[in-house]
Design a protein around this ligand. Structure first.
Ligand SMILES: [Fe+2]
Length: 283
């Protein structure tokens, strides 16, 4: 018996017994004497029988509500995924980048002991982190060479553009911290606000490590993928400047496994791993 059914059964039993007592007392008052005992007993049994009769109806209605809520949640998550993937596909081959960074951020969040609610915000934000790139022109997003200052400013505008997209949409509010702060740096040299240390939300500090590690380990038109040792060395050396040292420390024991999972010979299971994470934290 699940917890809802148990609660419904207890509630209905309590109400039935209360009704039985009231009905019995009323019967006793109306027909005092020996016949009243039978009347009170009949009234009490009737109340209990009513309770038993409505129990399956209450459970059925609840199951129906549960099913509708789950369908709605599934649609919401599919929308997050679709929006994130649409953006990722513009500047990578497959859109798998989004799945990988979300999985890496999830593993670090778990290591840091994040509760379910902040974990859901981290996952939503990771899936939508670069949604503002929808507003960055192809000539800049896909430029193989170095960006000049003006182009760089346009590229960096993906952060406020992402904030604009999710602002005012309550169902996307959870994702905002990662979208708005994932390019801030621990020492205050990031953008767009130049926040430092713990002024940067933890979800964004976690995501920054995942995002940079994935970028270092992935091939780009202008560079090869780095080896695990080189990529991990950069993350480790940037603890305290780019990254929150506590987040890098949490990532340390996970890094090799995550690299093997997402970039090794048996890589390509990012979607499957993400599905398990979504099932764990959203359902
Ligand atoms: Fe970004």
């Amino acid at each position: 018996m699940n917890s809802y059914r148990r609660k419904a059964a207890i509630l209905i039993a309590v109400v039935s017994v209360a009704l039985a007592l009231v009905a019995g007392s009323v019967a006793w008052l109306i027909v005092p004497g020996e016949g009243a005992v039978d009347g009170a007993l009949m009234a009490a049994l009737a109340a209990i029988a009513c309770g038993l009769a409505i129990y399956p109806i209450v459970v059925h209605l609840n199951n129906e509500n549960d099913r509708k809520s789950r369908d709605l949640l599934k649609s919401h998550i599919a929308l997050l995924e679709a929006m994130g993937k649409a953006v990722a596909k513009r500047d990578s081959d497959t859109g798998d980048h989004n799945y990988r960074v979300t999985n890496i951020a999830m593993a670090i969040g778990e290591k840091l002991g994040l509760a379910d609610k902040p974990m859901r915000a981290l996952l939503s934000g990771a899936l939508l982190h670069d949604v503002g790139k929808i507003g960055v022109p192809d000539r800049i997003l896909l430029k193989p060479g170095r960006l000049d200052d003006q182009e760089m400013a346009l590229m960096r505008s993906h952060v406020p553009q992402g904030e604009d997209i999710v602002d005012g949409i309550p169902s996307l509010a959870d994702a905002r911290d990662v979208i708005a702060y994932h390019h801030e740096k621990w020492d205050g040299t990031g953008y767009p606000r130049g926040l430092a240390g713990e002024d940067i939300p933890l979800s964004a500090r976690i995501f920054a490590v995942a995002d940079v590690f994935d970028a270092l380990c992935s091939p780009r038109p202008y560079k090869d993928a780095m080896s695990f040792e080189t990529a991990w060395g950069i993350i480790r050396d940037d603890a305290g400047s780019h990254f929150d040292p506590r987040v890098v420390e949490a990532f340390r024991p996970l890094a090799r496994r995550l690299h093997r999972q997402h970039f090794g010979e048996n890589g390509g299971r990012s979607r499957e791993i993400l599905e398990r994470g979504i099932a764990k934290y959203f359902f």
